[in-house]
Write a protein that binds this ligand. Structure first.
Ligand code: ADP
Ligand code: ZN
Length: 708
């Protein structure tokens, strides 16, 4: 059996060996047993049911909560030559009937559908008349009421056990905690399932948390080494999402906003672009998350602090699903702590609930101020013991200096106390540094004993100290919401001199920036760039021809291996991990040709304009063209508008804007009488929704029409 599974792995999926417990899981399910699989994101869950599906007779039924997830998997299987279909509400009745016919004729191997559809009586009786290979229940934690992804329809999946007693069922999730696990077993009637627990470590992710000083500048520093990489930047508020997205775009990093306040259509459009294009940055609130299966997200950056380690783990986990190096980077500061604590205080809900939330926030803060290995600390929170420091986080790599902060901490606490426990950090630091300003004079704080006792330290050091006092619960934030600090009960031993206090010494920003160019940016070495870009360009072209995201053609890891092992024959190409029989046949020659061209082939000097027109005609979006030609998106839009004006390009070739939106823009231009208004006259109306460049292109097209 395992031998047969190995052959399928190589022939169909193009991989040489199973990862982790995949082999054991596949054996269990293929031989008819139930399984509960807990594996982190990127661990390779899909193969755990896809391979048994191919080993067993009959139709495999896969339950998945989101259409986007289903479509992605179906497209991937399709490329591998496996007959898979997704039944969802976007299909017409005729299409659905046709799929049913194909299933009856035994032409479909894998059927993806949403839980509510599966449990319809008609669907169940349809399936009962067929041979079913297995049921796979993906994202099985959706059955748990405690998680935030609860889907009531999942509760009904328990009946599969009774209706299909002889069909193996496999439930899969990346949510690890014990409570969720037990709920899955109980609600899905998986008492007889063998449990497969993997480590939740994500070894390819490099964790870094830096003190927040000038967050935008820090973000730019972080991004500088990652130009052309796809990533997600999380912010807490919609407003900030919009601001950061336009800031990044101005700085030459193609970025799109994503939050619950955007029109559905636009949100879906941004998500689609993120999946289909390379090197786009999504600036998002946590509304952007589940259903993001893009494997080559190279970084996740947090500009605001998540509320819990669960959230942090889940959000950072969206980086590096493909197993290649990826970064989790976060800038965190006192304001974050104050903000989240106040939000908690003001939230609805009972005391018990608040205490739980408080506890979760404290764990998050402890990770931020951690002086030991971040990964050890993160995994320990999820009850996983990691014996050695990881060597792959900021603390392991840079080392953490601690210092004895007992005395200055006492000074800081007494400054809080002497000023009446109602001032924010800014004022407290002024007092400690003995600054002579109006506010100090007005309230007479220049007469306090603590005035000016802290001159031995710089402002930044005091801020760092206050932040750590609050993070450790030695000082509290006021409940009124003005950011004033108070003493907490737990600071007494420190004030009385009974305990000492060791704190982290913050790195200087330039130090942390330098050290933060972790492995991700070194995926491709300088001399390989040319060929790497050529391989990616070919992949992009094929993806567009096939109407799938680039990673469905080949994942980055496969391209990277081609780059390194330089196959020169189809037989050698077949050995590359990720090249199965079907893909070899379809794409082998084309990629060999690119590799054979070598990077020393003289690159023709092409006119930028000429190249731009042909790229646009080939269906590339402006962002893709920008990264292909290494120029800014703004520049690309300008050139596109020119080309449209010269009628070398049609608007449809140049842009991929939803029709309704395009109509809206055209209407705006045509609203007035006579002359076409300048872009500036209507840009206000589309601010934050439509890039300026798009407006220029639309105007150019209308202008050309007028003149014709
Ligand atoms: P999950 O659903 O657990 O997040 P996926 O099933 O999407 O993970 O797999 C993540 C990536 O790892 C995919 O690109 C997949 O093709 C790849 N992968 C899975 N199993 C193997 C394997 N045995 N060898 C090589 N690559 C694998
Ligand atoms: Zn570490």
């Amino acid at each position: 059996m395992l031998e047969h599974a190995q052959r399928i792995l190589k022939d169909v999926f193009g991989y040489d060996s199973f990862r982790g417990r995949q082999g054991a899981i596949i054996e269990r399910v293929a031989s008819g047993g139930d399984a509960l699989v807990l594996m982190p994101t990127g661990g390779g869950k899909s193969l755990c049911f896809q391979v048994p599906a191919l080993l067993r007779e009959g139709l495999a039924v896969v339950v998945s909560p989101l259409i986007a997830l289903m479509d992605d998997q179906v497209a991937t299987l399709d490329e591998l030559g496996v007959a898979a279909v997704a039944l969802n509400s976007t299909l017409s009745n005729d299409e659905q009937r046709e799929i049913a016919e194909r299933i009856k004729r035994g032409e479909v191997k894998m059927l993806y559908l949403a839980p509510e559809r599966l449990v319809q009586p008609r669907m169940l009786s349809f399936l009962q008349n067929l041979e079913i290979a297995l049921f796979a229940i993906d994202e099985a934690h959706c059955v748990s009421q405690w998680g935030h992804d609860f889907r009531p329809e999942y509760l009904q999946l328990g009946q599969l056990a009774e209706l299909f007693p002889n069909v193996p069922r496999i439930a899969l999730t990346a949510t690890a905690d014990m409570r969720t696990r037990e709920e899955i077993v109980q609600r899905l009637h998986l008492q007889n399932a063998e449990r497969f627990l993997s480590s939740f470590d994500r070894p390819n992710i490099f964790y870094r948390i830096v003190p927040k000083e000038q967050p935008r500048k820090q973000l730019l520093n972080f991004l500088a080494a990652r130009k052309g990489d796809a990533g997600i930047v999380y912010c807490l508020s919609r407003k900030k999402v919009e601001e950061v997205a336009s800031f990044l775009s101005e700085q030459g990093y193609p970025a799109l906003p994503y939050h619950a306040g955007l029109a559905n259509e636009l949100r879906a459009y941004h998500q689609k672009r993120f999946l289909n294009e390379e090197g786009l940055i999504m600036v998002a609130t946590i509304a952007f998350g589940m259903g993001i299966d893009k494997p080559n997200v190279r970084f996740v950056a947090h500009l605001d602090l998540p509320k819990s380690l669960e959230a942090y783990y889940q959000e950072t986990g969206r980086a590096g699903r493909d197993g290649l190096p990826a970064d989790a980077w976060m800038a965190y500061g006192l304001q974050d702590v104050i903000f989240l604590k106040q939000m908690l205080n003001n939230s609805e809900g009972d005391e018990r609930h608040k205490r739980v939330e408080q506890h979760k926030l404290d764990a998050m803060l402890a990770l931020c101020e951690e002086t030991r290995c971040r990964r050890q600390s993160l995994l320990a929170y999820f009850d996983e013991d990691m014996p050695q420091p990881c060597g792959h986080c900021d603390n392991c790599m840079d080392g953490v200096q601690t210092w004895d902060a007992t005395e200055p901490a006492r000074q800081a606490l007494s400054a809080i106390y002497r000023t009446g426990q109602r001032y924010g950090v800014g004022h407290l630091v002024d007092v400690l540094l003995g600054r002579d300003n109006d506010k100090i004079r007005t309230v007479g704080h220049q007469h306090l004993a603590v005035f000016g006792i802290g001159k031995a330290f710089a402002e930044g050091e005091w801020r760092s100290l206050f932040r750590q006092l609050v993070a450790r619960g030695l000082a509290d934030v006021d409940l009124e919401g003005f950011g004033g600090l108070r003493l907490s009960d737990s600071c007494r031993p420190l004030l009385k001199g009974e305990v000492s206090l060791q704190l982290r010494r913050d790195l200087k920003p330039q130090q942390s920036a330098k050290a933060s160019s972790s492995a991700a940016s070194q995926l491709v070495r300088g001399e390989e760039r040319g060929q790497w870009d050529a391989l990616r360009a070919l992949r992009r072209k094929l993806a567009e021809e096939h109407g799938v995201p680039p990673y469905v053609i080949f994942p980055d890891a496969t391209l990277l291996e081609m780059l390194r092992s330089k196959p020169s024959t189809l037989a050698e190409m077949a050995r590359v991990s990720g090249v199965g029989a079907r893909k070899l046949e379809r794409y082998g020659e084309a990629f060999l040709a690119v590799l054979g061209a070598g990077d020393d082939a003289p690159r023709a000097v092409v006119d930028l304009r000429h190249e731009l027109v042909s790229l646009a005609r080939a269906g590339m979006t402006p962002a893709q063209i920008a990264s292909q030609l290494s120029c800014s998106e703004k520049n690309v839009y300008g050139l596109l508008a020119e080309a449209i004006g010269r009628q070398q390009l049609s608007l449809e070739q140049a842009l991929d804007v939803p029709e309704a939106l395009l109509g809206e823009i055209q209407d705006a231009f045509l609203d007035g009488e006579g002359e076409l208004p300048p872009v500036a006259a209507i840009s206000e109306q589309f601010a934050g929704r439509v890039e300026l460049g798009i407006l220029h292109c639309v105007r150019a097209a209308l202008q050309a029409e007028f003149e014709a």
